[in-house]
Design a protein around this ligand. Structure first.
Ligand code: NAD
Length: 495
């Protein structure tokens, strides 16, 4: 396999056209500041390329262009908006290898995942909402005789979107597709760590026929470009995915013009294994739940809750599985786990092992950077499993966002539920059992936006995605997303 990093892997983002540019009003343009920032390959911490950094003036210009484009885009027939998104889905598939390599280089996701999951899911999301555009409709309401009352589902206007670095390509589609299908226009700010795939998507959008100004992609710093977008009076709604603390500052920044806010924040997903579970399925599923994408997933199953009757057997086999995961260069198709996305984050995750030890936890697997020389320059962390005693431990209450899973044991269903619901987060959750009654009881009682029964971390463009509590509010995907990106207008006709 060719796993050397060459500029050819960076493909079109290295072209004169895109390199060092923002995408505003249908063209790639330089930031008015002329500032650039390096994009780093987490496999070896070398600089991949530089990208332009949007400042406040660039955000102002992008919002202004999106506002102008809104008046035209909202009048485009829904079926035609849908057709453009369907064409974009096809183009994503036609360019799948370039996107898969770029995402692997920029984020550290293994290429087997970017090829098989991130890119197909991105295409599927645009296709789903492309198909939805002309099927989403208002209602007629049975009011008093002599009147006709109906609702229009209207787009909101300019949507500011801010996304994190853990699934930059896929989250770009989750944010953009429903907003565009509903007739809104967009200014999107990718994470400063991983801006590359969204710039390539901007290029494909132009090819698909998205009119100039409808989508603007502005890489930049959260504290400058992100903050300015969140406080901007020309933005009707701010859709954010990222950490809870940033989400809180976005709510404050949004207050001046009362813009609508949607927040997809952190998680601390419980993953409960009962004594009657299919143990092999639960062990494999639990490894997927925490180690896929190096645990950098808001919906990671990061708290393993094991019924005492099977805890020892489960752990023996689970530790064996964790140790067998092939860690390596993301561009190697054999690699199952790549590096974390930045060295800053790698240090943060490693620090949590020390915190766990300090709290009396038993680290039964991993906890270090792998010893292999080939991985020494990169942001790698071994799969780490910590047996934790107290529910109040920081590693139970705080999101680690790495390949770090805590283990607690329980006796009864009641105890399992108490532990599962014992954090301030409420995003993903799951349980493994053959008992149908128990499964549905937990589906009802778990404090979470999503519950997986005998599986974990499943997503689909038709299925609502989002959290409760400190995990945020609002839902992406499915009909819910179309509701989030529209508002109803009630029309009364005296007939
Ligand atoms: P982050 O909050 O630091 O950054 C997210 C985005 O916000 C980035 O684009 C960043 O530039 C921007 N930003 C930072 N400060 C800002 C500010 N003051 N104003 C406006 N924008 C600002 O989060 P991160 O470290 O990039 O991502 C990891 C976090 O994201 C984790 O907590 C994870 O759980 C969460 N996440 C949630 C979901 C979900 O759907 N619920 C999905 C993925 C990740």
């Amino acid at each position: 396999a060719d796993i050397k990093m060459t500029s050819e892997h960076r493909g079109r983002v290295e072209s004169e056209k895109i390199r060092n540019k923002l995408f505003i009003d249908g063209s790639f343009v330089h930031s008015t500041s002329g500032e650039t920032m390096p994009v780093v390959n987490p496999h070896d911490n070398t600089v991949l390329t530089e990208v332009s950094v949007a400042n406040e003036a660039d955000i102002d210009r992008a919002v202004q262009c999106a506002a102008g484009a809104f008046e035209r885009w909202r009048r485009v027939a829904a079926a035609d908006r849908g057709r453009i998104l369907l064409r974009l889905a096809d183009l994503i598939e036609q360019n799948s290898e370039e996107l898969a390599r770029l995402e692997a280089l920029d984020t550290g996701h293994p290429i087997r995942d970017t090829r098989n999951l991130d890119v197909p899911r991105t295409a599927a999301c645009f296709r789903y909402f492309g198909g939805m555009a002309d099927k989403f409709q208002g209602e007629t309401i049975p009011v008093e005789m002599g009147f006709l009352n109906y609702t229009l589902r209207e787009p909101l206007g300019v949507i500011g979107q801010i996304v994190p670095w853990n699934f930059p390509l896929m989250f770009t589609s989750w944010k953009m597709a429903p907003a565009l299908a509903a007739g809104n226009t967009i200014v999107i700010k990718p994470s400063e760590l991983t801006p590359l795939s969204s710039l390539l998507i901007a290029e494909l959008m132009s090819e698909a026929g998205v009119p100039a100004g409808v989508v603007n992609v502005v890489p930049g710093l959260g504290s400058v470009a992100g903050r300015h977008l969140a406080e901007h009076s020309g933005v009707a709604k701010l859709a954010f995915t990222g950490s809870t603390i940033t989400g809180q500052s976005i709510v404050q920044a949004s207050a001046s013009n009362l813009k609508k806010v949607q927040l997809e924040l952190g998680g601390k997903g419980p993953n409960i294994v009962f004594g009657d579970a299919d143990l092999s399925a639960a062990i494999n599923g639990s490894a997927w739940a925490i180690f896929h994408n190096q645990g950098q997933a808001c919906i990671a199953g990061s708290r393993l809750l094991l019924q005492e009757t099977i805890a020892e057997e489960f752990l023996d086999r689970f530790v064996g599985l964790a140790r067998s995961i092939r860690i390596g260069n993301p561009l190697d198709p054999e690699t199952e786990m790549g590096p974390l996305t930045s060295s800053h984050h790698q240090q943060r995750v490693l620090q949590y092992t020390e915190i766990a030890r300090g709290e009396g936890a038993d680290i039964i697997c991993g906890g270090k950077q792998p010893s292999s020389v080939a991985l020494a320059q990169g942001c790698y962390v071994e799969p780490t499993i910590a047996r934790v005693k107290s529910q109040q431990s920081r590693v139970i209450q705080e999101e680690v966002f790495g390949p770090f899973v805590t283990v607690q044991t329980f006796k009864s269903d009641r105890e399992a539920l108490e532990l599962a619901n014992g954090t301030q987060y409420g995003l993903g959750s799951g349980l493994w059992t053959r008992d149908l009654k128990r499964a549905h009881a937990f589906a009802h009682d778990l404090h979470a936006g999503m519950v997986w029964i005998n599986s974990y971390k499943r997503v689909n463009p038709g299925s609502p995605f989002g959290g409760v509590g400190r995990s945020g509010y609002g839902r992406e995907m499915g009909f819910d997303a179309m509701l989030e990106y529209t508002q109803s207008k009630s029309v009364w006709v005296n007939v």
